[in-house]
Design a protein around this ligand. Structure first.
Ligand code: SAH
Ligand code: SF4
Length: 353
């Protein structure tokens, strides 16, 4: 058959539907799902509880593809970066950030990004296309292949978390994001709990209030400024969804979800990192009744970007000011900077590797 169906990325219901067309009962979907997403098999021949004739039928009908690893690099701090290529030749970068006994895989949702944030390497490369749900999921599957982590108990996994913080704005590709998160967290397959997944957005307001109901993973909002004017200077999306609207949406998310909201705050020397900015930021939270947690991110420079990272002293002082007033404000140490694998440094051209 010429036009095979890509199996990775189908929902369980869709898989069942396809199997029905092949004259197979519904329970086959569950068996196949386990082979693909629990055991990580890439060849129907290895699905030994299916008859030979069915295995042949499946391999004529479906494709089980992974993106190809076309380059990889490991940083001095053990951060691992891969350049992955999809069937049409488009590429994204994926990063694994290991901690002592666990670690996060940073995956992408788009090739490039249309948001154009001034401090972001990905943003300097225009949007080429959205990734499909299957392409989002299969990035993580490649990481599991490399680290041989199929069929492992949760406690034994080094690839314990996912951060959707690679290339692209996840909320610009919302439907595929929702589908992908559903597949990744499905208990009969990859089974990564939604508590271990964080999706980061630059602030596409309409998707924030109901994010918990619709996606249910953790959410991080890239704030990066303490007032509307500053934010507009570095994030063009702030003109479409200005800070007051973003704050209201975050408040609503918190009301619907309970608990707190996490903000990413990039530390840019003399731009947003003074005592006055910290005070302004806290007042903003008070004004909109938001229980905020801040992740203070060191700015990762890249060739051609004029921003200067804040000094360590400034970052610590900023963090202390926030903490003194009851806000959690840990400082995120950059990882993989030497191989351009840190936040905001990803691009999809091979020459960067
Ligand atoms: N598009 C989404 C998710 C991907 S970016 C978003 O913007 O939230 C992941 C995080 O890296 C965001 O918080 C983003 O603001 C941050 N980031 C971008 N460029 C960076 C840089 N040069 N140094 C440090 N962090 C950066
Ligand atoms: Fe896109 Fe996020 Fe980079 Fe902004 S920071 S350009 S939204 S990837």
């Amino acid at each position: 058959m010429d036009n095979k169906i890509e199996l990775i990325g189908l929902s369980k219901e869709e898989l069942q539907e396809h199997l029905k067309q092949l004259g197979e009962p519904a329970f086959r979907a569950k068996q196949i799902w386990q082979w693909v997403y629990f055991y990580g098999k890439t060849d129907f021949e290895e699905m030994t509880n299916l008859s030979k004739s069915l295995r042949e039928k499946l391999s004529e009908y479906f494709e089980l593809s992974r993106p190809k690893i076309v380059a990889e690099q490991i940083s001095t701090d053990k951060t691992h970066k891969w350049l992955l290529e999809f069937k049409d030749g488009q590429k994204v970068e994926m990063v694994y950030i290991p901690e002592e006994d666990r670690g996060a895989v940073c995956i992408s949702t788009q090739v490039g990004c249309a948001m154009g944030c001034k401090f972001c390497h990905t943003g300097s490369q225009r949007l080429t296309r959205n990734l499909t749900a299957g392409e989002i999921v299969s990035q993580f599957m490649v990481a599991r292949d490399v680290y041989k982590e199929w069929n492992l108990k949760e406690q034994a996994r080094m690839l314990s978390n996912i951060v959707v913080m690679g290339m692209g704005e996840p909320f610009q590709n919302y439907d595929n994001l929702v589908r992908a998160m559903k597949i990744i967290s499905d208990g009969e397959g990859i089974a990564l709990s939604k508590r271990r997944i964080t999706v980061s957005t630059s602030g596409i307001v309409p998707h924030i209030p109901n994010f918990d109901k619709e996606v249910g993973t953790k959410l991080a909002v890239s704030l990066h400024a303490s007032n509307n004017d500053l934010r507009s200077q570095i994030m063009p999306i702030n003109k479409k969804y200005p800070l007051p609207e973003l704050m209201k949406a975050c408040h609503q998310y918190q009301e619907n979800h309970g608990g707190y909201i996490t903000f990413e705050y990039l530390m840019l020397q003399n731009f947003n990192d003074t005592y006055e900015h910290a005070t302004e930021l806290m007042n903003l939270m008070k004004q909109y009744k938001i229980n905020a947690k801040f992740n203070l991110i060191a700015f990762n420079p890249w060739p051609g970007c004029d921003f200067v990272p804040s000094s360590n002293n400034r970052i610590h002082a900023f963090s202390e000011t926030l903490q003194k007033h009851g806000f959690s404000a840990p400082i995120r140490t950059p990882r993989g900077q030497d191989i351009l694998a840190a936040c905001g440094q990803l691009k999809s051209q091979k020459k960067d590797l």
